[in-house]
Design a protein around this ligand. Structure first.
Ligand code: ADP
Ligand code: ZN
Ligand code: ZN
Length: 822
C-alpha cells in the first residue's frame, strides 16, 4: 500500500541548497533511523554517504524518489541534538545543509565515490585479520598508493564497497586522503631497557665482571640500575638522554652495549592521549577575590543562562572555570571548554589535567582524522569525556547531558570561520548549543567584545568582574615609544627604538624572557624599485608579494603563489630593488644578529604548520630554551608564561589603520592581550608600544588600561554609524574573473536590494584586496536594525538571490553570504 512506504530526507555532503528525499526498500526499513548514514546515488552515477535527517511516509512531489543503496551504520553517527544545532547554523548563517555537515563531521565519516583513500602509515597491519575483499583493497593500495571509492568498486567488481571501506577505516588500515595534507612528525624519544636475562643474578654478576675494564660502559650500567629502579622490582625503561647525561657516557658507548645484547633501545612516540590519571586531583585553593567571583558566577546562574567573567589578564579566570567545572561534574553533567586558538589548547590542557586527569579530551582541526573519529565515536558512546577542550570545531562533537560551556577569550575573532561556508561564529553558536541542552554558558575575557559587554550591561547576561591579578601581581607598566620622534633623534636601530633595545638587553642580562609582537609574517612585505617604484605583485591577486628569506622566495599571503626573488626591476631594469617593512622572520633575524648569545624563537603560521609545532615552541619557551619569542597574534592570546618581563609591540599602527568598524576594538584587544603576557608572576612587567600615533585614543586607552573608556567611545560611534550591537550586518560577496562584468552585476544586485531595503544597503565596493586568485571581489552590506525581523530580511535576500541568479547577464558570478561578517 502506498501510504506505508518509507521515505527519508537526507543531508548530502555537497553544496546543494536542499535535503533530498529517498525511498527505503521494505527490507531496509527496520535497519535505519535518524542520524544513520545511508549510501545514495545523486546525479548520474555518483554515490555518497548521506545522513538521515528525517524518516517519514511522504513521497516527494517534484521528483521520483530513488531507492537508497544501502544502510551503512547500525547506530547513529550523529544525534538529534547535533542535528538541531546544524539546523540553526544553516538557517542563521544562510548556508547549505551539506556545508554544515562537512564542517561538523570528520572526513573519516564522510564518504563519496570521489573520496580517495590510502594506507595508514602510522599503523602496522596484520593482513591475516582482513576479509578477502578487504585484503584485495589493501593489496591494491600497496601498489597504487591512492584509490578512489569508484576505483575500489571496479577492482572488487561490486557496487557496495562502502561497508568494506568503512570497516577498513574503523580498523585504521586506511585513511582518507584529504586529511593527509598536514603531515606531522610525531615526537619520538629513545628509551633504553636492560635485557631481561640479567634478572638472573649469575648473569648480572658475569656482566659486572665483563665490564670492569670498560669504565664508561660500567657507569652506564650502574646508572641504569639506579634510574630504572630495577631492584625495587618495578623496572622501567630509561630515557636514553637522561641515562647518558647521568652517566657521562656517550651514545657510542651505549651503542656498543646494545650490540653486545645488554641493552635494547627503542624509539617511542610520545603519545597524545597519554595516561594522565595519576596527575589528577591536585588541590586548588581560590584566592578570596576568585572565591567571590565564583560565588557571583553561581548566583548569577540562578537567573541567567550566560555569565560574562570580565577579569583582567592573569586575574586567575582559569581557576574559576575549574571550580565551576567541578561543580558541573558533581551534578553529573558534562562540559565543553572552547578556546579560540589551538596554541592555547596545548597550554590549558596541561592545566586542566592537573585537576581532571584523563576526564578531559582535546579536539581540534590539527588532529588527524583517525584521532578525530576516535574522539567522535567515544562521544557517541556512554564513555564520552566529561570535559572536551577544543577550538571552534569541538562545538560539533556529539554531547550527552551537557551542563556547561566555557568560552574563554570570548572576544577573539578566531571564533568566526570565514572560509569556507558555514561562516559561523563558534561563540554565538555555542550559546545556541547551550539552549538545546539547557546548559549554562560562562564567557571569559579581559577585553570583552563590545556586543558581549553590551549584553551584560543590559542585563541579558550576568556580569562578574575581577579587577586584580592573582597573587597581588601588578598590572604591567605600559609605555609608548614614539617612532616619529625616535627617527628624528636618530634613536632607531633598525626597527627598534633605543628604549626597546635597552630594555631587551636588560631583560636578557637578568635572564628574563621577552615577547616581541609583530602582526605580519615573512621577512619584508614591501619590495620596490628605488628608481621607478615598481613592485612585484601576485599574478593572481591584487596584492604585493612578501619576501620570505628562509625560502628565498616571494610569496602571496592570499593565495600562496610563489616566485623567485627579484634582483632587477621588471619595469625599468634598475638593479636597485629595495626590501622594506618587516615581518616576524626579519625580527627574528635582527634579534639573532644583535644578540648573538640569545636564543630566539618564532611563532607564526610558518613555524606552526605541523601538528605538534605549537606544543614544541610553547614548551621550549616554558623551559627557557628560548629567550626572545617573536610572533604574530598567536602570541597574544591567553598564554601564561611566568618569566616574561618584557613585551614589545613593534608596530601598533598596523591594526589601527584597518578599515572595518571593528578596527579600534580589535586593536585595543590585541594590544591589551599581548601586554597581559608581561609580568605574570612577582615582578611588575614592562610593555613598550612602538607607534607613530602616540596620541591615538586607543593607544592612550591601552596605556591606561581603560577598557570602559574604549567601550563607551566605541558604543557612541556604533550607534551613530549603525553597526553592531545596534544593527546587524549581512555581507554579500560577489566574485568574477571579469572586472566589468562583476561591477555591472554587483550594481544590479544593489539596485534590486535597495528596492526592498532602501538606504540600509551599502556598496558595492572593492575590498582592501580587490582581486584574489584571479577573481575580482565586490562586497555589499545590508544593515538590519535590531528591531527588524532578521528572518524576514534573510528571506527577502534569498528571493533577490534567486532572481539575480536566474538573470543570464549574471551567469558565472559567484554569490556568497556572510552573516555577522566581523
Ligand atoms: P587569566 O586566565 O585570568 O589570565 P590565569 O588563570 O592564567 O589568569 O592565572 C594567572 C596565573 O596565576 C597562572 O599562572 C595561574 O596558575 C595562577 N593562579 C591563578 N589562580 C590560582 C590559584 N587559586 N592558586 C594557584 N595559582 C593560581
Ligand atoms: Zn624600476
Ligand atoms: Zn595571490
Amino acid at each position: 500500500m502506498l501510504f506505508s512506504e518509507t521515505y527519508i530526507d537526507v543531508i548530502l555532503p555537497l553544496g546543494v541548497p536542499n535535503m533530498y528525499t529517498y525511498h527505503v526498500p521494505d527490507d531496509l526499513k527496520d535497519q535505519l533511523d535518524i542520524g544513520f548514514r545511508v549510501v545514495v546515488q545523486f546525479g548520474k552515477s555518483k554515490l555518497y554517504s548521506a545522513i538521515i535527517y528525517r524518516v517519514h511516509s511522504n513521497p516527494p512531489k517534484a521528483y521520483m524518489a530513488k531507492d537508497i543503496q544501502m544502510v551503512l551504520d547500525d547506530k547513529p553517527v550523529v544525534n538529534e541534538n547535533q542535528l538541531k544545532l546544524w539546523d540553526w547554523i544553516r538557517e542563521y548563517y544562510m548556508c547549505h545543509p551539506g556545508d554544515v555537515m562537512s564542517a561538523a563531521l570528520p572526513s573519516g565519516l564522510k564518504l563519496s565515490s570521489e573520496t580517495q583513500v590510502l594506507l595508514n602509515v602510522d599503523v602496522t597491519i596484520d593482513p591475516s585479520i582482513l576479509t578477502d575483499d578487504e585484503f584485495l583493497v589493501f593489496e591494491a593500495l600497496e601498489i597504487n598508493q591512492v584509490l578512489s571509492l569508484d576505483e575500489i568498486s571496479k577492482i572488487l567488481n561490486k557496487k557496495g564497497v562502502y561497508p568494506i571501506v568503512k570497516m577498513l577505516l574503523e580498523r585504521q588500515v586506511i585513511v582518507v586522503l584529504e586529511e593527509i595534507k598536514t603531515k606531522f612528525k610525531p615526537k619520538k624519544e629513545k628509551y633504553v631497557k636492560l635485557n631481561s636475562v640479567y634478572q638472573e643474578e649469575v648473569k648480572m654478576k658475569a656482566l659486572f665482571d665483563e665490564l670492569l675494564n670498560a669504565p664508561k660502559q660500567f657507569a652506564i650500567l650502574m646508572k641504569y640500575i639506579e634510574l630504572s629502579q630495577m631492584f625495587s622490582g618495578e623496572e622501567s625503561a630509561v630515557k636514553q638522554k637522561v641515562l647518558l647525561d647521568a652517566s657521562g657516557a656517550s651514545s657510542v658507548q651505549l651503542k656498543s652495549l646494545e650490540k653486545k645484547g645488554v641493552f635494547s633501545i627503542q624509539e617511542v612516540i610520545i603519545g597524545r592521549l597519554g595516561d594522565f590519571s595519576d596527575e589528577k586531583g591536585k588541590d586548588l585553593v581560590l584566592s578570596p577575590s576568585q572565591q567571590t567571583a565564583l560565588e557571583e558566577v553561581q548566583s548569577n546562574f540562578e537567573t541567567k543562562d550566560v555569565v560574562l567573567l570580565y577579569g583582567v589578564t592573569s586575574s586567575g579566570k582559569t581557576e574559576v572555570y575549574v571550580k565551576q567545572i567541578e561543580d558541573t561534574l558533581a551534578k553529573g553533567k558534562k562540559v565543553l571548554y572552547l578556546l579560540p586558538e589551538i596554541a592555547l589548547t596545548t597550554q590549558i590542557i596541561n592545566r586542566l589535567r592537573k585537576y581532571f586527569g584523563d576526564q578531559v579530551g582535546v579536539y581540534h582541526s590539527r588532529f588527524n582524522q583517525n584521532e578525530r573519529v576516535e574522539i567522535w565515536n567515544r562521544q557517541m558512546s556512554p564513555k564520552g569525556y566529561d570535559i572536551i577542550l577544543g577550538a571552534r570545531s569541538a562545538l560539533f562533537l556529539p554531547f550527552e547531558n551537557l551542563g556547561l560551556i566555557i568560552i574563554d577569550e570570548e572576544h577573539d575573532s578566531s571564533f568566526k570561520q570565514f572560509e569556507p561556508s558555514p561562516r559561523y561564529n563558534a561563540r554565538d553558536s555555542a550559546v545556541v548549543l547551550s539552549k538545546i541542552f539547557g546548559a549554562k554558558v560562562l564567557m571569559g575575557s579581559a577585553t570583552p567584545a563590545i556586543e558581549t559587554m553590551n549584553n551584560a550591561l543590559a542585563g541579558k547576561y550576568g556580569l562578574v568582574s575581577m579587577t586584580e591579578r592573582f597573587g597581588g601581581v601588578k598590572m604591567p607598566k605600559i609605555v609608548i615609544a614614539d617612532l616619529a620622534k625616535a627617527h628624528k633623534k636618530k634613536q632607531m636601530q633598525g626597527h627598534f627604538s633605543s628604549q626597546l633595545m635597552e630594555e631587551i638587553k636588560g631583560a636578557l642580562d637578568r635572564k628574563e624572557q621577552i615577547i616581541l609582537f609583530q602582526n605580519r609574517r615573512g621577512f619584508s612585505p614591501y619590495i620596490a624599485c628605488k628608481t621607478c617604484g615598481w613592485s612585484p605583485y601576485c599574478t593572481r591577486c591584487d596584492v604585493g608579494l612578501t619576501y620570505h628569506k628562509y625560502l628565498n622566495r616571494l610569496k602571496c599571503h592570499y593565495c600562496g603563489f610563489e616566485r623567485h626573488i627579484v634582483k632587477k626591476c621588471e619595469a625599468c631594469g634598475s638593479h636597485e630593488v629595495e626590501l622594506s617593512g618587516f615581518g616576524t622572520e626579519k625580527i627574528e633575524e635582527d634579534m639573532s644578529l644583535i644578540f648573538p648569545d640569545a636564543k630566539v624563537g618564532r611563532m607564526d603560521l610558518e613555524t606552526t604548520r605541523s601538528k605538534n609545532a605549537y606544543q614544541n615552541i610553547i614548551s621550549d619557551f616554558e623551559d627557557k630554551k628560548i629567550d626572545i619569542l617573536v610572533g604574530t597574534q598567536m602570541v597574544t592570546k591567553g598564554l601564561d608564561f611566568e618569566n616574561v618581563s618584557l613585551v614589545g609591540v613593534l608596530n601598533a599602527d598596523q591594526s589601527l589603520n584597518f578599515q572595518d568598524f571593528r578596527a579600534h576594538e580589535r586593536s585595543y584587544q590585541l594590544m591589551s592581550q599581548v601586554a597581559g603576557r608581561a609580568g605574570r608572576s612577582s615582578k611588575q612587567g614592562l610593555v613598550i608600544i612602538q607607534t607613530y600615533q602616540p596620541e591615538h585614543p586607543i593607544i592612550q586607552q591601552v596605556v591606561a588600561g581603560d577598557y570602559e573608556g574604549m567601550y563607551h567611545r566605541e558604543l557612541i560611534q556604533r550607534e551613530e554609524f549603525g553597526y553592531p550591537p545596534y544593527q546587524r550586518l549581512i555581507r554579500v560577496i560577489l566574485k568574477h574573473a571579469n572586472k566589468e562584468k562583476l561591477t555591472d552585476s554587483a550594481q544590479l544586485f544593489v539596485d534590486a536590494l535597495q528596492s526592498s531595503f532602501g538606504s540600509r544597503v551599502l556598496g558595492p565596493e572593492f575590498p582592501g584586496v580587490p582581486r584574489v586568485r584571479n577573481r575580482y571581489i565586490n562586497q555589499i552590506f545590508v544593515k538590519v536594525e535590531n528591531a527588524a525581523s532578521i528572518n524576514r530580511v534573510k528571506n527577502m535576500l534569498v528571493d533577490h538571490m534567486v532572481v539575480f541568479k536566474q538573470n543570464k547577464v549574471n551567469s558565472g558570478v559567484q554569490v556568497i553570504i556572510d552573516v555577522d561578517p566581523y
